[in-house]
Design a protein around this ligand. Structure first.
Ligand code: NTF
Length: 824
């Protein structure tokens, strides 16, 4: 777009769009209408590149990646598309000449929040990198009618509000009814002997079905004319029954199909790192997987007639176990529709599918009761049974008489279908998402599989896109970097290491701190507008933003804030540098302890923020409705990055990378990708504390952790915990936070303090004090901050994608040269 961006024509298009869409003049249009008009003008440009990309894909017939994921946490599209079209500044200028502010227009767009947290955002970063690197790829997902709920805080409690993100339509999407597919549920399988082929045919009967209709969302590559596609499926009822029919059965079925279609894509399940086992969730999984696999096969067959080589042109990456029915669905199509034998079908399938594991948390592992699974997906279940039967035979051959191996590795066991085991048995690759996580998978969680098939296992440390999280989210810092080292970092993040030269430069340090300050002013303004709280941009901004989960230990953070506050009150004579503690987190709607932790944070905030006697030295802010769009503001303004999960529990983390890229210093445990972050930046530029993953795992195995030891022997810990039940933060109510108190000391369900908060509390507190102390030597801090930013090169999702391509997918990049004339 930079080459042929025609400012006057763009303005004209915006004006026309306002008139055609809303019958209004520019003056009369609302900001939302302006957003729509601008978005359609941008889509105009994208469409040319999108068609050109399709044309090249048609001509070159490259191998295609299908990235299958229940979640794509895309955030807003307008600003990002402009960035990647390298037209952001021109468009900002054009709009400003028309009297409009691009930032205000961007704020009209709802986030596309089709994801919970890290897993969904990773998928979105991957799409950005795939397009930027020129790799042909489809994101395959669900067009949820309602995405991640909007969070309201009322009286300190989280309240979930439906996210009606499609209320004003989605200007960037394109409905593609010509690619609709039928997906079938339930009924039974009739086996028929085919005299001609001397084989059985499996016919699903008396089923319900829905029509899956794809919507395509463009994924714009950075400055390369490439536009990939995120294809999300909507469900429509199949209304082919006779309205005048007197057949009650028909009518009943038609109504059921109508309901099935309505419900299936209705809402994203708001659970992060937790499996709820709901029937509708399995329906969602099979729905989008069946449609996606059908289309992948159909696309292949439009060009090729030998299905045996399918895997040469297509590969399926399964983002966690959620899409694992893809294994059986591909088998079904090959067996039942293409008429292949089992061995041929299995060979193709196992050369096509690969699996990424994103967690070792036991409660996140998907296990479906056989009853449910076989009732909903009768043919798929038969296939899984056969996969299991053959795999168990292999295990028995390899480990004769070893029942334990079967108990651990079987796909179907104890009345359940175990999706991770299915993914591993069928996948040609199994990867973890950070070095430490992959090692834990190999040595603990998936030990038996690793022993039997070590060649499948590999690590792919996560990454993030610097285009959204620096170039778009922090334009001041991005420009500053570009002024010093040029703009190659935008597509080659390791170049940012050139900024290390400036870590010792007084002027550069000052400039960096000035930019951080301006970003803190911007966030302070947002906080004032949204929370009504005044925060001082000169205070340290200490930030923990991520899903609320016990293993992430927001509770430890707020307990330490309570402790710091008490110390400040008891020792007013001691110097205390002002700190603003910033939280942002959604809790799963049914996660009681997580929701109570939110209430605690807000209650502590109320008490501390309203205590005039401390002169505003501590402020606590809970940012409502944490999501991609406000995350960009928060990262830009952060000084301290809280990455404090119980070691071994956070598979990777990605906010750690986004904060590092924006020059925040990590305060964290040796967990997930923190380990690699510290390796890159040096321990002297981070604050590391707490038990190691091995120590945690040893305690878990030996059942020898006793939190009451800390409670009994450490008065600071004891007093802090007592403040949960003495009414200090609950207007005298001694019961309100008792569940949190109990969770640390005396639970009936499972071990107390499962996440080792008391064990790590004092070392956390010490590390945090060290960080706040360090902040006061501004020169040193600036140096460390610049070094963090400059050492973040490894954590670009571009690097991650290159590794997936090299080791797993084996894709070739394509080149798009657009001749705009040809699309006029
Ligand atoms: C998450 N896993 C992990 O908890 C994060 O540490 C990691 O950064 C992201 O995946 C992305 O890899 C999940 O959400 C899930 F579903 F696996 F539990």
């Amino acid at each position: 777009m930079d080459k042929h961006f025609d400012k006057e024509r763009f303005k004209e298009t915006v004006r026309d769009n306002v008139r055609n869409l809303f019958r209004k003049t520019l003056k009369e249009a609302t900001q939302q209408q302006l957003f729509q008009a601008v978005a359609y003008a941008v889509k105009d440009v994208i469409i040319d590149n999108w068609m050109a990309t399709q044309q090249v894909m048609d001509e070159e017939d490259p191998k295609i990646l299908y990235y299958m994921s229940m979640e794509f946490l895309m955030g807003r599209a307008l600003g990002n598309n402009l960035i990647n079209l390298t037209a952001y500044k021109e468009v900002k200028e054009a709009l400003s000449e028309m009297g409009f502010d691009l930032n205000v227009i961007e704020d009209q767009e709802p986030d596309a929040a089709l994801g919970n947290g890290g897993l969904g955002r990773l998928a979105a970063c991957f799409l950005d990198s795939l397009a930027t690197l020129g790799y042909p790829a489809y994101g395959c997902g669900i067009r949820y009618r309602y995405g991640m709920f909007r969070q309201k805080i009322e009286n300190g409690y989280q309240v979930e509000v439906p996210d009606d993100w499609l209320r004003n339509g989605n200007p960037f999407e394109l409905k593609r009814p010509e690619y609709a597919k039928i997906v079938r549920f339930g009924g039974y399988v009739r086996v028929e002997y085919d005299e001609q082929t001397h084989s059985n045919r499996f016919i699903q009967e008396n089923y319900q079905s829905v029509r899956a209709v794809p919507y395509d969302i463009p994924v714009v590559g950075y400055n390369n004319n490439m536009v990939n596609t995120l294809r999300v499926w909507d469900a429509e009822a199949i209304n082919d029954f006779q309205l005048d029919s007197f057949d009650k059965g028909d009518y009943q079925k038609a109504v059921e199909q109508e309901n099935l279609a309505r419900n299936i894509v209705e809402v994203l399940y708001p659970n992060d790192n937790h499996y709820a086992g709901k029937e509708l969730r399995l329906k969602q999984q099979y729905f989008f997987i069946s449609a996606s696999v059908q289309e992948a096969v159909a696309k292949y067959k439009r060009k090729h007639n030998d299905i045996h080589k399918f895997y040469e042109k297509a590969t399926f990456q399964m983002n966690d176990t959620h899409p694992t029915v893809a294994v059986a669905e591909l088998m079904r199509i090959l067996l039942d529709e293409e008429g292949l034998g089992w061995d041929e079908a299995w060979e193709i399938t196992t050369k096509t599918v690969a699996y990424t594991n994103h967690t070792i948390m036991a409660e996140a592992l998907e296990k479906w009761p056989i009853e449910l699974f076989s009732r909903l997906l009768p043919r798929i279940y038969q296939i899984v049974e056969e996969i299991n039967r053959r795999f168990i035979a292999q295990v028995q051959q390899r480990y004769p008489g070893n029942q334990d191996k079967i108990a651990k590795m079987a796909v179907i066991y104890d009345g359940q279908v175990r999706m991770a085991n299915l993914a591993i048995v069928a996948g040609y690759s199994v990867n973890g998402v950070a070095k430490l996580h992959t090692e834990i998978l190999k040595k603990q969680t998936l030990k038996d599989f690793y022993e039997m098939m070590p060649e499948k296992f590999n690590n792919k440390t996560n990454g993030i896109t610097q285009r959204r999280f620096l170039l778009h989210g922090n334009q001041l810092l991005a420009d500053w970097v570009t002024d010093h080292i040029g703009d190659e970092w935008i597509t080659d993040l390791p170049q940012i290491a050139k900024m290390k030269l400036y870590a010792d430069d007084q002027k550069a340090r000052q400039e960096f701190m000035n930019i951080k300050y301006q970003n803190k002013v911007r966030l302070a303004k947002y906080i004032k507008e949204h929370n009504g709280i005044d925060v001082d941009p000169r205070s340290v901004f200490d930030v923990q933003v991520k899903r609320l989960h016990e293993y992430k230990r927001q509770l430890m953070n707020i307990l330490d804030v309570m402790y710091l506050y008490r110390e400040l009150k008891e020792h007013p004579e001691r110097p205390f540098y002002p700190v603003t503690f910033i939280f942002g987190a959604k809790a799963a709607a049914g996660y009681r302890r997580a929701k109570l932790t939110i209430k605690l944070i807000n209650s502590v905030a109320d008490v501390i923020n309203n205590d005039q006697s401390i002169n505003g030295k501590i402020k606590v802010v809970f940012i409502e409705d944490y999501r991609v769009s406000n995350a960009e503001l928060i990262f830009a303004a952060a000084d301290i990055s809280e990455q404090i999960s119980t070691a071994s529990k956070e598979a990777s983390g990605t906010s750690n990378m986004k904060l590092m890229l924006n020059g925040a210093l990590t305060l964290g445990t040796m967990d997930g990708a923190n380990v690699e972050i510290v390796q890159e930046v040096g321990e002297e530029n981070a604050f590391i504390f707490g038990l190691s993953s091995q120590e945690v795992i040893d305690h878990e195995n030996n059942h020898d952790y006793d939190p009451t030891y800390y409670f009994n022997n450490d008065p600071d810990i004891r007093t802090t915990l007592m403040e949960l039940i003495n009414g200090k933060y609950s207007g005298g109510d001694m019961e309100l936070f008792r569940e949190l108190y109990d969770s640390l000391l005396t639970t009936k369900e499972g071990p107390a303090d499962q996440y080792f908060i008391l064990a790590d509390f004092k070392s956390y507190d010490a590390a945090r004090k060290k960080a706040i102390e360090y902040y006061q030597s501004q020169g040193d801090w600036a140096k460390s901050a610049i070094l963090n930013m400059a050492s973040s090169g490894k954590f670009s999702s571009d690097r991650t994608i290159q590794e997936y391509v090299r080791d797993i997918w084996k894709l070739e990049p394509i080149k798009i040269t657009v001749d705009p004339e040809s699309f006029e």
